[in-house]
Design a protein around this ligand. Structure first.
Ligand code: PHE
Length: 502
């Protein structure tokens, strides 16, 4: 390209460019791969301002197989005509015989047309030539198209030939090329990076730099994969939805100590509230106040009791209650939701709610603990429900979630539930009992202080999402899942497998 431009000043049509290979073969750039190659060369030279070029589009016509055949041998009607004897000069030919001589297709198409053109006529049960000579216009038209790529009678005829599938329109591209402001015969190496060395030595001043190509496709962005934990979360969510639960709004990590602890009747002196176990916020330090009358009732039960409880009989600090922290359980949200439902317009209505979201505990990470993990929580508030319902609901959920058909419940203690039970599942794959969660019937003082009507009982359970996840993926270190020890390829590609189904 550069040599041609140098000798001619410009290249009007890139179809005139040719390059001779060592083996003597000539390569042109009129279409296909070589044209793509040329476009790349032109783009690269243009990006260096060595040339400018324009793209031109032209159209022409080429013959389709049937068109070529007609151009070579004649139209179907002409072939039929030619095969027949002149009227009175031979035996008229019937269709079967004609088919034998010129073929089925030509007979089928050509006979009718020749008849319409009055080239042939019927005699007895056969056909004969009606005229001594004919003008095979279709053939002549196609010959002209084959030679010139178009036809002198114009678009109307071309359109008709296209419709008859004898010819096809083709699009062609060529380029016109001119010298650019940086035209030269040599392509200089362009720098793509400005280095410290270049700056220190001053060499940068004399270098040529590659321009940014804002039209480059760029590397395909990789991302947007769902973390395998979230895949399992999606599966659990749909199980809850199937079971008629609604989802609680857990989209806030920061809670007040009131909702996280006080409303749950965790005593203010409880060791779990200490800095070693709970992450408190430095800024801001205090929360918005909870509903005043609810706060007063909770405070009173803490200090002196009520609803059948004798209370903790220890001072209750409002300041402590206002502290902000990273929630240690999603039960803080459940407490808030239960309070809202008890006090909603129209009064309390039975609910089945769940949430699956992150909680935070100030623990040193090891193979089975992280400072943050996901809690799967379910809460049901309804008239006359019992521990039996809690057990049954958990059995159904665990079964659907593929976490075991066999559960065991072990008495436990929570400040907010009585009775409370730890949940164990027998894991077939591992051949042992595994603790999977904690559960219980919410205490009367919790339920009634919130304003939930008498006769309504509330059951709840909390599982971790990570524990069943590790079992399912047969992993033994939770740190492979999140944090710097996790393998990004595993995270990206891990399917939501289930060991019992695998
Ligand atoms: N909050 C409990 C936990 O952190 C789980 C739980 C929820 C227990 C509801 C009972 C009722 O483990």
């Amino acid at each position: 390209v550069l040599k041609k431009l140098d000798s001619q000043g410009s290249v009007a049509n890139s179809n005139d460019l040719a390059f001779t290979l060592e083996n003597g073969q000539t390569v042109t750039f009129t279409e296909g791969e070589t044209q793509t190659l040329l476009k790349g060369v032109l783009d690269s030279l243009a990006s260096r301002d060595m040339i400018t070029y324009e793209i031109h589009t032209t159209f022409d016509h080429a013959l389709l197989p049937e068109g070529s055949q007609i151009a070579a041998k004649g139209s179907h009607e002409a072939l039929v005509w030619a095969a027949l004897p002149l009227k009175g000069q031979g035996e008229p030919m019937g269709i079967p015989e004609l088919k034998k001589v010129v073929g089925d297709e030509t007979t089928k198409v050509g006979q009718g047309k020749a008849f319409k053109n009055k080239w042939i006529t019927k005699e007895g049960s056969g056909f004969v030539k009606a005229v001594e000579s004919i003008q095979d216009t279709t053939r002549a038209e196609l010959e002209e198209v084959a030679k010139t790529g178009t036809h002198s009678s114009g678009e109307k005829l071309l359109a008709e030939l296209r419709k008859r599938k004898l010819i096809v329109q083709r699009k062609h591209i060529h380029y016109s090329v001119a010298k650019g402001p940086e035209f030269a015969l040599e392509v200089k190496k362009l720098e793509t990076d400005l280095t410290t060395d270049m700056l220190n030595s001053g060499a940068w001043k004399n270098m040529s730099y590659k321009k940014y190509n804002f039209n480059a496709a760029g590397a395909p962005p990789e991302g947007g994969a769902l973390h395998p934990l979230l895949k399992v979360r999606e599966e659990f969510r749909s199980i809850f939805f199937d079971m008629g639960f609604t989802e609680m709004p857990t989209n806030k990590f920061v809670e007040s100590a009131f909702w996280n602890f006080d409303a749950m009747f965790v005593p203010q002196q409880h060791p779990a509230r200490e800095m070693q176990d709970t992450f408190y916020l430095k800024e801001p330090q205090v929360s918005q106040p909870p509903p005043q009358e609810y706060f007063e009732r909770v405070k009173k039960v803490h200090e002196v009791g009520g609803y059948g409880s004798i209370g903790y009989r220890a001072p209750f600090s409002e300041e402590e209650s206002k502290k902000l922290l990273l929630r240690t359980h999603t039960t803080a949200v459940s407490a808030d939701m239960l309070y809202r439902i008890a006090n909603q317009e129209g009064g309390f209505k039975p609910v089945k709610m769940f949430s699956i979201d992150r909680v935070f505990r100030n623990e040193t990470p090891d193979a089975t603990h992280l400072a943050e993990f996901h809690q799967v929580e379910g809460v049901i508030a309804d008239y006359d429900i019992t521990l039996g319902h809690l057990i049954a609901i958990l059995e159904v959920f665990m079964k659907k979630a593929g976490l075991g058909n066999n559960l065991r419940f072990k008495p436990a203690y929570n400040p907010y539930t009585e009775p409370s039970a730890e949940v164990f599942s027998y894991h077939e794959g591992l051949g042992k009992w595994i603790e999977v969660g904690n559960s219980g019937m919410f205490r009367t003082e919790f339920v009634q202080v919130a304003g939930i009507p008498e006769g309504v009982r509330v059951l709840g359970f909390g599982l971790s999402l990570e524990r069943p996840f590790l079992l399912r993926y047969a992993m033994n270190d939770i740190r492979q899942l999140v944090g710097h020890k996790s393998d990004i390829n595993f995270i990206r590609n891990a399917p939501a497998v289930r060991m019992d189904r695998a």
